[in-house]
Design a protein around this ligand. Sequence first.
Ligand SMILES: [Zn+2]
Length: 285
Amino acid sequence: MKMMKVASLLMVLLAMLSCGNNNETNKEKEEKAVEAPPKPKPGTPIKFDSSKRYIYLTWDDSPQPPGTVVCRDIFRKEGVKATFFAVGMHAFDMRRRKLAEEIRESYPEFLLANHSYSHGFNNQYKKFYTQPDSAVKDFQRAEAELKIPVKIIRLPGNNSWVLDGEMKGPKSTEGVYKKLGELGYNVIGWDVEWGFKGGNTPIQGAQEMVKIVNEKFEDALTVAPNAIVILAHDRMFAKPQYQDSLTRFITLLKADPKNVFETIDHYPLINYPKDKDTTATKKAK
Ligand SMILES: [Zn+2]
């Protein structure tokens, strides 16, 4: 008898406890829903302000620590958006995979985009660009393994472009970029490169780079008006003196209120995949 009383008391207590917990969980859930607005999806068009100059920092060959980590931290500290064009085979261990994943999940701050799986068959560009089917498969492998959220590609070693209705680049890469265009990919080249020598040493200083950027804007020499795509490589900024140079470059650009930093999915000429609504409208017609 006593045992039964204890047991029923325990059951009542348990029920009360779980009730309380449930209520709290629901309340917490509601609070969370209010606090966190839905995350923006990569590849959604933005509205452009014609009084602004749009700057696209597009850094290649990630994940390549320590350079990638350094650049990510500088961009974050300076509060600027940037795009990392990643190479599938560079994510060869857990640490590098996590780094690529972290960048992918940092959108809208950072965008993870596609720079092929094998970096053009280990820099054998001639072979890579004369085998369009294999090259396209290589990009698709990177897309699948790194879960790249956008159809935006940079060709290894070549300044080629596929944008809304327009294609251009060296003749040698034509077979590959045309095929990518047919499959609905955008290919992004660059307006300005922050060059390097000896594998990873920046050639220009920060002030020189800012001068080049300003001149390109002033002379209207960019592919899209009021927009500039800047190419650099993560590994160039691993050493402290070059970290300072990158910070200085960004600080100088930020000092001009016309300058806005955006990820490359917000480049003016990007061809956005047609969503389901568009298809439905087309079918209705
Ligand atoms: Zn590269």
